[in-house]
Ligand binder design. Structure first.
Ligand SMILES: Cc1ncc(COP(=O)(O)O)c(C=O)c1O
Length: 379
């Protein structure tokens, strides 16, 4: 008999909703992935990689050409220098980077602060490593962090704080004040490290993205995770990276090399070429802003109330004027009766807090968004 390390984990809501959507032919706005074609230039670099026979293992920390391309991108973006040899590791998506960072530093009994609603891989990864997740709540409906509460919860056992900016599922983003609050927290707590999940760095609609990389104080205490899946619209490639100071990276790589050894070499080649070919990432946000505006305008006449969406390709819709059902029941009814699949936000809370909001993903072709909006307007 297996003594399960994760007894509470079952089938995720993403699989449940997608299966329901397929069964009922619903428009699927539940899972977070784009349904539009990728840039032809990126495709041609994949072909080039194959023509050049780039099909064997990459170096353990990632191809050097890719790490150098990442380093120069970060310098262009933030004016910050990151050493490609000692501070960047290419991973099989941000998920592997998150798993590896947590596994590298969390020992039995270490406390880890995280914020609900939380992206689904954080909590189980802490628990599989025998850490103790300390769930705090983002303040509804703006979904910002209450730093006073964080200060009260952090103690000598708190090893790590996990942050996510821009935020999935809420679409909230950090201001400079959040960076300052986190800076003073790590200065007061010498054992505290940060895992800053910044996979949606290029999808922020107002002001500039507040990366922890821009803070000298935070940079030396942080693992920062990114995903090419999100910025190049290729979630299925599962390619990302982790930036961390040299001593953190050394521990990170000890786990990385036995978890995967290296990430997919063919795709690393293509991504490196694409990064070197131009600043494609500057086109990402304007493209998503158009989609967000198209969708929000199309549901204006509906009874759904969209909450503020300052970043990511997700938007929360308050349905409290329409139904008193729990968000899980409402999301099922929305799929089976009205033909639109969405994710109930309570599933991102440890205690299933239900604010009567659902999450929709607008990384979809315009026709799909219009079709979904028409269905939502009928409810
Ligand atoms: C907040 C957040 N972090 C990490 C990931 C995982 O990224 P990847 O697909 O590169 O593993 C996702 C994907 O949805 C995400 O939304």
């Amino acid at each position: 008999m297996i003594n399960s390390k994760l007894p509470e984990v079952g089938t995720t809501i993403f699989s449940v909703m997608s299966a329901l959507a397929n069964e009922h032919g619903a428009v699927n706005l539940s899972q977070g992935f784009p349904d539009f074609p990728i840039d032809n230039r990126l495709k041609s670099f994949v072909t080039q990689a194959l023509d050049n026979n780039q099909v064997q293992y990459a170096p353990m920390p990632g191809r050097l050409d890719l790490r150098e391309a990442i380093s120069s991108k970060i310098e262009q973006q933030h004016g910050v220098k990151v050493d490609p040899i000692t501070e960047i590791t290419v991973t099989a998506g941000a998920t592997q980077a998150i798993y590896t960072a947590i596994t590298a530093i969390i020992n039995e009994g270490d406390e880890v602060v995280l914020f609900d609603p939380a992206y689904d891989c954080y909590d189980p990864t802490i628990r599989v490593n025998k850490g103790v997740p300390v769930h705090l709540k983002l303040v509804h409906p703006t979904y910002h962090i209450d730093w006073n509460e964080v200060r009260q919860k952090v103690n000598s056992k708190t090893k790590l704080i996990i942050t996510n900016n821009p935020h999935n599922p809420c679409g909230s983003v950090w201001t400079k004040a959040d960076i300052i609050a986190l800076e003073s927290l790590v200065q007061e707590s010498p054992q505290l490290m940060v895992l800053s999940d910044e996979v949606y760095e290029h999808i922020q609609y107002e002001d500039e993205h507040q990366s922890v990389l821009k803070s000298a104080i935070l940079r030396e205490r942080s693992f920062v995770t990114y995903s090419f899946g999100k910025t190049m619209h290729v979630t299925g490639w599962k390619l990302g990276y982790c930036i961390a100071p040299e001593s953190f990276t050394a521990e990170f790589r000890k786990v990385h090399q036995y978890l995967v050894f290296c990430a997919n070499n063919t795709m690393q080649y293509a991504v490196a070429e694409y990064l070197n070919a131009g600043e494609f990432w500057r086109e990402v946000m304007p493209m998503y802003r158009k989609k967000k505006e198209l969708f929000l305008e199309a549901i204006q006449e509906s009874r759904f109330k969209p909450l503020q969406c300052s970043g990511t390709y997700f938007c929360l819709l308050d349905y409290s004027e329409i139904s008193t059902l729990s968000d899980v029941e409402f999301a099922k009814e929305l799929t089976t009766k009205y033909g639109v699949a969405a994710i109930p936000v309570s599933v991102f809370y440890e205690d299933q807090t239900d604010h009567k909001v659902i999450r929709i993903c607008f990384a979809k072709q315009d026709e799909t968004l219009i079709k979904a909006a028409q269905l939502l307007c009928k409810i």
